[in-house]
Ligand binder design. Structure first.
Ligand code: C2E
Ligand code: MG
Ligand code: MG
Ligand code: MG
Length: 284
């Protein structure tokens, strides 16, 4: 009887669902070796100002799986978040970012650049998160303001008091804080005034149809105004073409990230891009 109902229950899964479940289980098992076996890597995507000068980069993680090749963070970060693996992975990203910032501090062309790191909700929730950040900055002797942490609204969904306290502690250290994917989560305007943010990041889903969808245009204009009123700087992600850029510029956006300027690329390529950008008329 138990066997029968087991079988029945199983029938609700189609083969695709079944293989997705299996893939997830396999990835979960393999993810444990990702750090010790050096399978993780970071890609750098440039962020630019209104004059198209480089401000820095967002680092985006990739998993080079020995059999599957490149695995997207959208696939493995949620898996990592279900265990303490996210702490190891997140800590590794912060360490790599600080190592790179320490290197950049040695050169005039790169000393002012920032690196933005994505922080997951579980990672931010860890009790000693602020210590981990501080310790890593100290180890590499990095100026805290060069490091920017990108938090999502899912971070704020946790214990708000704890989140606010940690954010203040991070501000005290001097780290920059950005609200990623703004407008896509369960955001409420009331939390905005409580959080010591430096930046709001307009989600790419609003940027995509900015010039054709009046609702998206209103969203983006509203977010930019909101940022200005709260004295936050504002960056748009997912900028892919001139039309989107012009719209954003004409409505007071200050910084941009997207394929129009560069895809996420490996550090060597990124440094080449910077050299080229320091020569005039790169993005013209
Ligand atoms: P995100 O932080 O919102 O990052 C922006 C995503 O948009 C990246 O996808 C980036 O490659 C992509 N993107 C950038 N410019 C464009 C554009 O012009 N057009 C389009 N269509 N897409 C663009 P990616 O690299 O696949 O990362 C996806 C998400 O995974 C990130 O979204 C972030 O939430 C998460 N993630 C990435 N790296 C890390 C990490 O180190 N730690 C954590 N916790 N999450 C990460
Ligand atoms: Mg981000
Ligand atoms: Mg984003
Ligand atoms: Mg996004």
């Amino acid at each position: 009887k138990a066997k029968d109902s087991g079988r029945n229950a199983f029938r609700f899964f189609n083969p695709e669902m079944q293989s997705a479940v299996e893939t997830r289980a396999l990835l979960e098992a393999d993810l444990r070796y990702a750090i010790p076996d050096n399978q993780l890597c970071l890609m750098y995507q440039i962020q630019v100002d209104n004059q198209h000068n480089p401000l820095g980069a967002e680092v985006l993680i990739r998993w080079v799986h020995p059999k599957r090749g490149l695995v997207s963070p959208m696939q493995f970060i949620p898996i990592a978040e279900e265990s303490s693996l996210i702490l190891d992975i997140g800590g590794w990203v912060i360490k790599e970012a600080c190592r790179q910032l320490a290197h950049w501090a040695k050169f005039e062309m790169t000393e002012k650049l920032t690196i933005a790191v994505n922080v997951s909700a579980q990672q931010f929730r860890q009790i000693d998160f602020v210590d981990v950040v501080l310790r890593t900055l100290n180890i590499y002797q990095v100026k805290p303001e060069r490091l920017k942490l990108e938090l999502t609204e899912s971070v704020v969904l946790n214990d708000v008091n704890d989140v606010v306290n940690k954010m203040h502690a991070l501000k005290e250290i001097g780290v920059q804080l950005s609200m990623d994917d703004f407008g896509t989560g369960y955001s409420s305007l009331s939390y905005l005034k409580q959080l010591p943010l430096d930046q709001i990041k307009i989600d790419q889903s609003f940027v995509r149809d900015i010039t054709s969808d009046p609702n998206d245009a209103v969203m983006v204009k509203t977010i930019i105004d909101l940022a200005k009123n709260f004295h936050l700087n504002v960056i748009a992600e997912g900028v892919e073409n001139e039309e989107q850029l012009n719209f954003l510029k004409s409505h007071g956006c200050e910084a941009y990230q997207g394929y129009l300027f560069s895809r996420p690329i490996y550090i060597d390529q990124f440094e080449e891009l910077l050299s080229a950008a320091s020569a005039p008329q790169l993005f013209e």
